[in-house]
Design a protein around this ligand. Sequence first.
Ligand SMILES: *Cc1c(COP(=O)(O)O)cnc(C)c1O
Length: 443
Amino acid sequence: MPDQPRSQDPRRSVPRTDALLAEPPVRAAEQRLGRALVKSAVTGVQDRIRAGELTPDDALTAVLDALPPTASSLRPVLNATGVLVHTNLGRAPLSPAAVEAIIAAAGTTDVEIDLATGRRGPRGEAAIGALLDAVPAAEAAIVVNNCAAALSLVATAFGQGRELVLARGELVEIGDGFRIPELLESTGARLREVGTTNRVTAEDYRRALGPDTGAVLKVHPSNFVVRGFTRAVEVDELAGALAGTGVPLVADVGSGLIRAHPLLPEEPDLQSTLAMGADLVLSSGDKLLGGPQAGLVLGRADLVQRLRRHPLYRALRVDKTTLAALEATLRGPLPPVQQMLAAEPSGLRARADAVAGRLTAAGIDAHVVDAPARVGGGGAPEHPLAGVAISLPAGFAEPLRRGARPVVGYLEDGRTLLNMRSLAPADDDALADAVLEVGRRWT
Ligand SMILES: *Cc1c(COP(=O)(O)O)cnc(C)c1O
């Protein structure tokens, strides 16, 4: 066969796939990321060489640049929304102690074995112990996948084929189309609604009780308030009204505050709600508790035991990494969400001044403004928290979101605001770097 004429066109000399895959740094990446992701980066670079966008000499560098940082496409994002617990951003950021605990438990671990005897042990005992230490009013606890799972377990175990009594004003939608009454009815429980949208009395509850009553439910309306001519029955009054009836009172408090918080006077907490007479309390693990996604059920030992024995529990229970993170959140140092809640406005301002100083020194139009923050995750809608933000030109919002280290802020009055209250102080430098990077690309 005659020799092919040697082409000058770089597209003719696209490096072969096996040659690129054999390059030591590419092989190292394959160990970390797996063959499919690495091969797709190689193919993408070959296409760009064929299209004349790259020269063959750049192939190796381009492949390494095109590799994703991890085998998961989820990326860390700086939360500058001012919403402490942002559902779209994965709610509570975990504490370093919780992250460490997850890594330690990620392999094979003693989640369900007693290493001293070699026998099977109770699952998640240490996390449950941490919960009971944090909430002394509870006799027992279990952990399920999220608060919605806790509600469906309770509704199934106590309400299936029976009646769950709850106030009309608490038939709420929590977010993203998640409606509490629909979830409850999907378990086969019948809802016995009492009161009106704005008013309910203890007598309304009492009149609704009958032989079919499975439980009385109190659901914290979380993300909305009714104002004006209103009346609700608080847990202590309701517990009094139910005394002697044998009907369990279950309170879904939502946010998972362990104890009452001075900044959030209307947010119910686990300890006080039990102390006021609820038989069970339910909450999320990844809202104000600041831990992993989980649904916590705490309260009377006999009721918790009924839930644990129910076949549905097996379908809702959490994995070893959640148990590890929950225990570390409860036993370890204050998790980020609670630090953000505790942040002093003067400290926030000092941090914002430092970041803004770096930006203005680089010629960026940045200044510091007061900007309210919020708890988020449905918590405390009426209680904005004091916050401080870096104000930038509106055009920064999108490139910040699309940058190498994405930053999510918000637009207000024609400016991009980056609120410091939802950011960990350890991320301030990364925030400034991300803004500087956008500024550089613009000038
Ligand atoms: C957020 C919330 C839920 C849902 O919790 P998930 O953990 O997201 O399932 C249920 N009830 C209340 C009152 C809430 O605030």
